[in-house]
Design a protein around this ligand. Structure first.
Ligand code: DCP
Ligand code: MG
Length: 377
């Protein structure tokens, strides 16, 4: 059994509104929202907890919010300011771990499994982060601590605002039994209603539904429901660190021992590699091709070659085949796994350093680059 991971989910309380209150302390205690003006068909981005008592919510029309809470003060958003605050959050997070996955300006997952601070206690690290955010930024963040992302996110919401909640690996099984399925990220009203018709309100109820039934009713999402009902979530914290490579691999049901079969498999891998690289090819270019072979005795070998400047495509099948046929005789045994990959270099001036702040919008910072595969040169 691998050692359990330690994941922290951090989420600032009424983020935009809290920043505005920090900038203008006189607003303390006043029902406050940030959003578009009511007389211009604006919507509410967020409201502080005083305004939430009146039912004011994110995405609500500002005019409706004014009706529900007549004294409501609605301020226009100041995104530059919120971004700056977000970068300060990340500055604090980075003192504890490099494995940080931002979800939005005020929300992030941290994997602190390897962190040595606070005697390695994720709960103590979260407490320290909350304290530092309060002292250094004058803001409040809630934190959830758990062995995976799903539970850490549930936990940060558990005692919000100004809350912290830990679910230890030993507590997982008991915790999910009573957890309402509505708390599962991705279970909206439609899914919740469908589940209720099946007699399911809690994750405990959900556990009684076999995977086949879930797959039939919910398609691909069925497997996810099956897993999270048991408190399982294997998704890794995806940090925005600069990538050095990208690869795909395949383990065969039965080992293969002939070159033509390996070549065919390599072609499938290239299709998948092309698809995966297509998602990031506006930020990186490939500098090397890599082939990996794992033999049936679990020994392995890799072979790579620079991608030339003669206009060849990085995904040139013949070149991957050649790497494969050159590398295989090194072990000359049946093969249980094949992999294909690329070593990458970031495109210059792509704003990667700001990735963590702007979520997906970093794509906008590399204009004029098409999404077709390109080779180095
Ligand atoms: N936001 C937005 N539109 C939405 C939801 C959120 O513009 N529909 C913005 C405003 C929020 C910020 O994103 O301040 C963070 O979103 P959260 O969902 O974390 O909400 P808050 O931080 O405001 O409140 P909470 O205390 O519930 O986290
Ligand atoms: Mg928040």
């Amino acid at each position: 059994m691998p050692e359990p991971r330690k994941i922290i989910h951090i989420d600032a309380d009424s983020f935009y509104a809290s920043v505005e209150t920090r900038e203008n302390p006189q607003l303390q205690g006043v029902p406050l929202a940030v959003g578009g003006a009511a007389d211009r068909r604006g919507v509410i981005a967020t409201a502080n907890y005083e305004a939430r008592k009146f039912g004011v919510r994110s995405a609500m029309a500002s005019s409706r919010a004014m009706t529900q809470c007549p004294g409501l003060l609605i301020l226009p958003p100041r995104f530059e300011l919120y971004r700056e605050v977000s970068s300060h959050f990340h500055h604090i997070f980075r003192q504890y771990t490099d494995l940080i996955e931002p979800l939005s300006l005020d929300e992030a997952f941290l994997d602190v499994t390897q962190a040595s601070h606070c005697q390695g206690s994720a709960t103590l690290i979260a407490r320290e982060i909350r304290q530092r955010v309060r002292e250094e930024l004058g803001l409040v963040v809630s934190a959830g601590i758990a062995p995976n992302k799903f539970l850490a996110k549930v936990a940060s919401d558990w005692n919000k605002p100004d809350g912290m909640f830990t679910i230890t690996p030993e507590q997982v099984a008991g915790f999910v039994l009573e957890l309402p399925v509505k708390k599962i990220n991705g279970v909206g009203q439609v899914t919740a209603k469908k589940l209720r018709k099946l007699g399911v309100v809690t994750c405990g109820d959900l556990q009684s539904l076999p995977l086949e039934i879930l797959a039939m009713r919910f398609g691909k999402y069925g497997q996810r429901l099956f897993d999270v009902a048991r408190g399982r979530d294997h998704r890794q914290v995806q940090s925005s660190r600069v990538r050095k490579s990208i690869s795909v691999e395949h383990t065969f049901v039965e080992d293969i021992d002939n070159i033509p079969a390996m070549m065919m498999s390599m072609e499938d891998l290239l299709v998948e590699l092309k698809r995966r690289f297509g998602k990031i090819d506006n930020r990186y270019f490939p500098v090397k091709r890599v082939v990996k072979i794992k033999y049936n005795d679990f020994t392995q070998t890799t072979l790579e070659e620079p991608i030339g400047g003669s206009g060849e495509a990085w995904h040139d099948v013949a070149r991957f085949h050649r790497l494969l046929t050159t590398a295989w005789p090194r072990g000359a045994k049946p093969v249980r796994l094949l992999g294909a990959g690329l070593r990458l270099q970031p495109l210059a001036g792509d704003g990667l350093g700001q990735l963590s702040l702007f979520g997906d919008s970093e794509d906008e910072q590399s204009p004029g680059l098409d999404s077709s595969p390109r080779s180095a040169g």
